[in-house]
Design a protein around this ligand. Structure first.
Ligand code: SAH
Length: 337
C-alpha cells in the first residue's frame, strides 16, 4: 500500500511492529507532508535499514496531474491514478484563502438525476492515499498552502467511510497537512447509518447534506437514495447529529428551474427546517449535458432566498465557480472519457 494512506497512529503502530520507536512516524510525516519529499533516499534523519524496510513495505505512489484548466479564480485538475482511472479536483481562490474540492470515489452509484458524476457508475472507492494525493499534488503544483477542503467532488464520501475518515485525519494532523477540522467539509446525499457513525468521529468537521427538495415526492424524483433514506429520517438523523456534536449543519439546495425553485418550495423548506441549527446553502445549478435541467433565473434565486430569510432561516447563495471550464461535479472527467 501507499505510505500516504497511513494515519500517524497507524504508522506508529507499524514502527512498533518492526521494533522501532514510534516517534519515527512523526519524522516520516514531516518528510512526506511538511517538506513534501517523496524520494526516501533524501530522508536524511532516517537510518538506511529503516529506509530500505519502508521501501519494501510501502509504495510512495501519488496520483499524477494530467490536465490543468484555469479560469480566473478557479482551476480544475484531472488526475490519473496508478491503475489508469481518472478523477478530478477543483481549486477555488476565495478571499479567505485557497480551497480544494476533492473526489472520494471513481464514479458514483447514487444516481442523482442532475449530477454529472453519476453518469459514470462507481468503479471503485478511492484509497486514502489517492485523496491525500489530490491535496499534496495541488499544493506542490501551485506552491501554496491549501486552507480548506470540501469533500464534494466525484463520489459519495460516506459510501467510502473508512478511507475518507483516514484522509481527514491525515490532512488535519498538525504534522500532516495541518488543515483545521473546521475548514474541512464533508457533503453527503444522506446515508443515515453513516451520519450516525460520523457523529462519533473525534474531529470537529463540518457536515453538509444534499437536500435539494423539501418533500419526499420531489426528492425521490431527483435522488434515488431518498427511497432508501427518506427525507423525514434524514432530518431526524441530522437533528440527532446536531444534538450529539453541537455543530451547525449545512443544507445544500440546488436550484433547478421550475423543478424545486418555487416560493411554495421555499416555504415548505422553511417549515421542514424550523428550529434546527442549520443554514441553507442555495446552489445555482451548474448546467451540464443533462439537458432536462436548467439553472433557475436570478430572479427566482433571489425570491427563494428572500422567502427563506423572511421565514428566519439562515441562508446563503453559493458563489458560482468555473462554469466555463466544466467544473461542475464530474464534468471534466466525463468529458475526458
Ligand atoms: N455525494 C455527495 C458529495 C458530492 S456532490 C453529495 O451528494 O453531497 C457535491 C454537491 O454538488 C452535492 O450537493 C450535489 O448535489 C451538487 N451537485 C451535483 N451536480 C451539480 C451541478 N451540476 N450543479 C450544482 N451542484 C451540483
Amino acid at each position: 500500500m501507499s505510505i500516504y494512506g497511513l494515519t500517524r497512529e497507524e504508522l506508529e503502530q507499524y514502527f512498533l511492529t518492526i521494533n522501532e520507536k514510534k516517534f519515527k512516524a512523526l519524522q516520516i510525516f514531516e518528510w512526506l507532508y511538511q517538506k513534501k519529499e517523496r524520494n526516501i533516499a533524501n530522508f536524511s534523519n532516517i537510518k538506511k535499514e529503516i529506509r530500505e524496510r519502508l521501501q519494501k513495505d510501502f509504495s510512495f505512489d501519488l496520483p499524477t496531474i494530467v490536465k490543468r484548466e484555469i479560469d480566473e479564480d478557479v482551476e480544475k485538475f484531472l488526475f490519473k491514478l496508478s491503475d489508469g482511472e481518472h478523477i478530478e479536483a477543483v481549486l477555488m481562490r476565495h478571499n479567505y484563502g485557497l480551497s480544494v474540492c476533492v473526489s472520494s470515489e471513481v464514479g458514483c452509484n447514487m444516481g442523482c438525476r442532475f449530477c454529472e458524476s453519476g453518469r459514470l457508475k462507481k468503479v471503485r472507492d478511492l484509497k486514502t492515499s489517492e485523496m491525500v494525493g489530490q491535496i499534496i499534488q495541488i499544493e506542490k503544483e501551485i506552491n501554496e498552502r491549501i486552507k480548506s477542503v470540501v469533500i464534494m467532488g466525484i463520489g459519495e464520501p460516506l459510501d467510502n467511510y473508512q478511507n475518507v475518515m483516514n484522509f481527514i485525519k491525515i490532512i488535519n494532523d498538525p504534522k500532516g497537512l495541518a488543515i483545521g477540522a473546521r475548514h474541512i467539509t464533508l457533503s453527503t446525499c444522506g446515508l443515515i447509518p453513516k451520519i450516525k457513525e460520523l457523529s462519533t468521529f473525534p474531529l470537529q468537521i463540518n457536515l453538509a447534506i444534499s437536500l435539494h427538495a423539501p418533500n419526499d415526492e420531489l426528492r425521490s424524483s431527483l435522488m434515488p437514495i431518498n427511497k432508501a433514506y427518506p427525507l423525514k429520517d434524514v432530518i431526524a438523523a441530522v437533528k440527532e447529529y446536531i444534538e450529539k456534536t453541537n455543530r451547525r449543519v449545512t443544507m445544500e439546495y440546488i436550484l433547478l428551474k421550475d423543478v424545486n425553485d418555487s416560493i411554495a418550495c421555499a416555504h415548505e423548506l422553511a417549515t421542514l427546517l424550523r428550529g434546527m441549527n442549520v443554514y441553507v446553502n442555495l446552489i445555482p445549478y451548474n448546467e451540464t449535458n443533462h439537458l432536462e435541467f436548467k439553472k433557475s433565473s436570478k430572479k427566482a434565486i433571489d425570491a427563494f432566498y428572500q422567502t427563506l430569510q423572511k421565514e428566519k432561516i439562515n441562508v446563503t447563495v453559493r458563489r458560482e465557480f468555473g462554469s466555463k471550464i466544466s467544473a461542475a461535479c464530474g464534468q471534466l472527467r466525463s468529458k475526458e472519457l
